[in-house]
Design a protein around this ligand. Structure first.
Ligand SMILES: CC(C)(COP(=O)(O)OP(=O)(O)OC[C@H]1O[C@@H](n2cnc3c(N)ncnc32)[C@H](O)[C@@H]1OP(=O)(O)O)[C@@H](O)C(=O)NCCC(=O)NCCS
Length: 136
């Protein structure tokens, strides 16, 4: 697993939701696919604001599942801009869980998600250079 500053969330808060019983796997823990989809939605919210267009996910890389998520955990997804290409944007996403009775949230998953700006026909379209934010 890669080194990660896991003492506090890094980046912009994109989405926050509660892990529900319907999201569990056969062990009764939260299904990894559900978590992945929350991250995908959160990253989509973040990049759509930058691209000012529809976007689709083209790749997910360097995904780490660090800790289990349980029913009742409050899950928050944070985004950090990694790269703006011609038609694509890559963001590093972190999912943090806050458990009832615990003082601090903890990092559960992170990974790099790449999205492509698309036109009304689903074809890649250039991201306007003037829209490119400054990476921090
Ligand atoms: C995303 C999609 C529109 C790209 O179409 P395409 O014809 O392959 O487009 P291109 O080859 O021109 O690539 C477009 C951009 O994506 C990037 N890209 C393509 N494949 C990639 C990959 N595996 N990883 C990272 N970036 C990738 C390219 O580098 C390019 O970026 P740039 O313009 O910033 O340099 C098309 O592949 C698609 O519709 N995929 C399905 C998307 C989808 O349904 N997602 C939800 C899945 S659940």
């Amino acid at each position: 697993m890669t080194e990660q500053a896991d003492t506090e969330p890094q980046g912009d808060l994109c989405i926050r939701t509660l892990a529900m019983p319907a999201d569990t796997n056969a062990n009764g823990d939260i299904f990894g696919g559900w978590l992945l989809s929350q991250m995908d939605v959160g990253g989509g919210v973040f990049v759509t604001k930058l691209a000012k267009s529809r976007t689709v996910t083209v790749a997910i890389e360097a995904m780490n599942f660090r800790k289990a998520v349980y029913v009742g955990d409050l899950v928050s997804v944070y985004a950090n801009l990694v790269r703006v290409g011609r038609t694509s944007i890559t963001v590093h996403l972190e999912a943090w869980a806050h458990r009832r009775g615990e003082r601090h949230p903890f990092l559960v998953t992170d990974g790099n998600f790449t999205y492509v700006s698309i036109d009304d026909h689903g074809r890649p379209q250039p991201i306007s250079r003037s829209d490119k934010p400054i990476a921090t």
